[in-house]
Design a protein around this ligand. Structure first.
Ligand code: FAD
Ligand code: DLZ
Ligand code: SF4
Length: 514
């Protein structure tokens, strides 16, 4: 007999390793362990989602006739890492081999490749994770020899490969690959926002919520009730319900309002499907199939379908490709030499900057923030304030229910912090308060003034933005897409320029007090 280890983000019945194992002979292992639950201070909702989804998935496997050795979290148990659990299983079951599907994170895959084979003394067979559309070697072939890696060209390859939104003649639907330019509307109350689906909690959920509250609430010390808002689907059935709900109510407007931000509205028309796709309750393919079908049946416009499918077969696959191409050195990249510590409000949420406070509120209440909050509010601030990439990356990996390093790291280190060689953006997404004011309603309720840069109460984003531009002149002045910004900076009245730099230096010295 063989044993198969199923990880907390491999909760898919069609998983590669499940396809080669035999329920009549082989045994599956699943384990809730301290090492995985604490390698960063995960948001308690993220731990609860994973543990509960693992338990429900185990029940589903057993129903299908699999034998599963399931280890529920027990802080007293001797074995607190996956390798320790496997050592025990090998000792108890004498398997002829361990069967695995490739891990999502380098950290664990590296342990497996280097240590597990030796320690366990049984062959370890690892199968590629074909829940992704592009294999890691396909991505490496695509990247090979290219001077620049651009998501847009990769995305077009994925459109051709999958056939999503392609005509019979092999052309993109609507004669255009990308409708991003249509996705810039500000939301002003109409159309009304869909109310989120409500999932009934069963005994498994309740047990897990109690367990996580008991053992992991200190992960967010300032937010002891962070589990109260737990609203995630924890079964495949519920995740499918969430998908159908989104396709019907959110997707028609997804494209139009993709970049909008509104105070106290954490989800707008976003799907909130990433935690389910990433842990395996839904596959990327079935989600895109449903979205394409909604377009073909006239339920949604093309810009919504294209905008959504681009995120999944484009960005999601692209960041994974970059991750496996560039790890492990990628995690240490810090091309802009940023070294500042995270200000305390990244953990407490207490800041007078209204846009940051709202993004933190979403994050702590829901283990979620939508893309533009992650990118243009907390991310943009981290970039222009020069926060250390390693600390910022750890924060993003900890606080979101969908966070796994393969997707978090390229988004944070690459897209947001521009700490790599610019694979995820030809120029940094640095922006002043003006952009935030244009895309949101935050500024009108903020203690800071978005229209000024040098006064006591001026929006911190304004002077920090120019400080960023000024201090990285050597890196970016030659970038064609930024030359206009540098020209504007040079043309500025020198007294004003000096006042902006003085104000930003003052802010940087008092970053914790903003
Ligand atoms: P929607 O807006 O509804 O988008 C639809 C789907 O597209 C998502 O469910 C997701 O699967 C995919 N998608 C969209 N944008 C991206 C992207 N940039 N990269 C990969 N997939 C994308 N996403 C994660 O899944 N895990 C992370 O840990 C993560 N960390 C991020 C950190 C930063 C700093 C930034 C800027 C983005 C990060 N993202 C991450 C990408 C994106 O913000 C989330 O996928 C998205 O907000 C999830 O919410 P949603 O399901 O409502 O997405
Ligand atoms: C994120 C996570 C957490 C919190 N806990 C577990 C766990 O107890 N057991 C497990 O198998 N997986 C867990 N995971 C997901 C893993 O960390 C994830 O599978 C690896 O990081 C590889 O992507
Ligand atoms: Fe954010 Fe500045 Fe607007 Fe305040 S004024 S909400 S700090 S952008």
């Amino acid at each position: 007999m063989k044993i198969g280890l199923i990880l907390g983000d491999q909760l898919t019945l069609t998983l590669a390793s499940l396809r080669v194992l035999d329920p009549a002979q082989d045994c599956l292992i699943m384990a809730e362990v301290m090492e995985e639950a604490t390698y960063v201070p995960h948001h308690p909702q993220k731990i609860a989602l994973i543990f509960s989804a693992m338990r429900h998935f185990c029940a589903e496997l057993r129903q299908q006739g699999w034998q599963v050795d399931y280890y529920s979290f027990d802080p007293e148990r001797h074995e607190q890492s996956l390798i320790a659990i496997l050592e025990k299983s090998v000792e108890d079951l004498f398997p002829e081999a361990l069967i695995m599907t490739q891990c999502g994170e380098y950290r664990l895959q590296h342990q497996m490749d280097l240590q597990w084979r030796k320690t366990l003394g049984v062959p370890v067979e690892i199968y590629g994770d074909d829940r992704f559309i592009c294999t890691t070697s396909e991505f490496a072939d695509w990247a090979d020899g290219r001077k620049q890696l651009r998501m847009e060209y990769f995305y077009r390859e994925m459109r051709r490969k999958t056939g999503y939104l392609m005509t019979e003649e092999g052309q993109p639907e609507g004669d255009q690959w990308n409708f991003d330019a249509d996705n810039r509307k500000r939301w002003k109350g109409d159309p009304p926002l869909p109310s989120p689906p409500d999932f009934k909690r069963d005994q498994i959920d309740k047990d897990v919520l109690t367990l996580v509250h008991t053992h992991f609430s200190e992960h967010l010390p300032e937010h002891p009730n962070s589990l109260e808002n737990f609203h995630w689907a924890t079964t495949r059935e519920q995740a499918i319900q969430a998908l159908r709900y989104f396709v019907k109510h959110g997707l028609p407007y997804f494209g139009d309002y993709q970049d909008a931000m509104v105070k106290d509205e954490s989800r707008l028309f976003h799907s909130l499907l990433s935690p389910y796709i990433n842990c395996g309750l839904l596959t990327a393919k079935e989600v895109c199939d449903d979205v394409e079908k909604a377009y073909k049946t006239g339920h949604i416009p093309l810009n919504a379908a294209e905008g959504f499918i681009r995120q999944v077969i484009g960005w999601r696959e692209y960041v994974r490709g970059i991750y496996w191409l560039k790890m492990p050195s990628y995690a240490k990249a810090n091309n802009l030499n940023h070294t500042r510590e995270l200000p305390s409000y990244f953990w407490t949420g207490k800041t007078r900057m209204a846009c940051m406070a709202d993004s933190f509120k979403n994050t702590f209440n829901n283990a979620y923030a939508h893309h533009i909050q992650r990118l243009m509010i907390t991310g943009n601030f981290s970039l222009i304030a020069g926060l250390a990439p390693e600390a910022v990356c750890e924060w993003y990996l900890a606080v979101y229910a969908d966070a796994y390093e393969w997707v978090e790291l390229p988004n944070t280190l690459g897209m947001v912090l521009h700490a790599d060689e610019g694979y995820l953006g030809s120029k940094p997404y640095a922006a002043s308060g003006n952009y935030i004011n244009k895309m949101s309603d935050y500024c009108k309720g903020c203690e800071y003034q978005v229209k000024t840069a040098t006064d006591e109460d001026s929006c911190p984003f304004n002077s920090l933005y120019w400080n960023f531009i000024h201090r990285h002149k050597d890196t970016f002045a030659k970038n064609q897409r930024m030359s206009m910004i540098y020209r504007n900076f040079e043309r500025m009245d020198s007294n004003k320029r000096d006042a902006i730099i003085a104000r930003s230096n003052h802010l940087l010295e008092h970053l914790n007090e903003l």
